[in-house]
Each structure stands twice: as C-alpha cells, then as structure tokens.
Design a binder for this molecule. Structure first.
Ligand code: HEC
Length: 109
C-alpha cells in the first residue's frame, strides 16, 4: 500500500467513526421523551382542556424557560415541578424542538 492510500483510509475511518457517534447520541429523540407527557398532554401535545395547557406549537423558548422554571421550583405547579426534575437541559431542548414542530393541528391529539 502506498503512503497516500494509507493516509486516505485513516481519514476515511476517522470520519466513519464520527458518524457512528452522532447517531448513538441522537437515539433518544425529543419525540421519544414526549411519550412520557402523552397521557396528560396528548400524543402530539394537542390535548387541550380547562386543566391541561397544549404543548403543540409552543415556541421553543417558552417551552424551555417554562420547563426550567418548573424544575427550579420558581413556577407554581401542581405536577410539572416533579415531571420537569427528570430532564436535563439537553432533553428539555430536544422536546422543545419536537413540540414546536407539531403545528398541523392533528387528529391524534
Ligand atoms: C400527570 C400529568 C402530566 C404529565 C405526565 C406531564 N404534564 Fe406538563 N402539565 C401538566 C399540568 C397539570 C400543567 C399545568 C401546570 C401544573 O399544574 O403543574 C402542565 C403544564 C406544562 C407546561 C406549561 C405549558 C404552558 O402553556 O405554559 C409545559 C411546558 C409542560 N407541562 C410540559 C410537559 C412535558 C414536556 C412533559 C413530559 C416530559 C409533561 N408536561 C408531562 C400535567 C402533566
């Protein structure tokens, strides 16, 4: 094997590794975590009644700030303070992105 070819395969192997890591990290998506919220807020965050605020289409920033305030106990809550404590900043951000995209009004609540 000449030197140029060897170098080329090292670079290629390196970039394949990087792809593998990225996939592993994104395995738990905002959508998967949102399943934990479905019984109360609806599968896609569309459930809405006088007790339950809808999450679908919520601006990402409002969602993130709201969840962090619940987690820190600075926002009054009956249940969300306990729910929010289970999630890291990264997880809250992933869910914020998922819910912000649920803007089609869907039938599947
Ligand atoms: C047991 C029912 C229940 C579950 C499960 C639940 N929520 Fe909630 N959520 C509520 C209630 C009730 C409120 C209103 C605030 C309160 O009383 O705690 C709320 C409020 C919120 C709000 C504020 C909405 C707004 O309009 O400001 C956000 C954001 C939220 N929930 C996100 C989530 C996420 C994300 C999950 C899943 C990780 C989740 N909730 C799981 C019941 C629930």
């Amino acid at each position: 094997m000449n030197r140029k070819l060897l170098l080329h395969s090292v670079v290629l192997a390196g970039s394949l590794c990087a792809v593998g890591t990225a996939t592993a990290e994104s395995r738990i998506s905002g959508e998967m975590m949102a399943n934990a919220c479905a019984p109360c807020h609806g599968t896609y965050g569309h459930l809405e009644n006088e007790y339950m605020p809808p999450l679908a289409g919520m601006p990402e920033q409002d969602f993130i700030e709201g969840m962090k305030a619940f987690r820190e106990g600075t926002r009054p809550a009956t249940i969300m303070d306990r729910v929010a404590r289970a999630f890291s900043d990264e997880e809250i951000e992933a869910m914020a992105e998922f819910y912000a995209q649920q803007t089609d009004g869907g039938d599947n609540e």
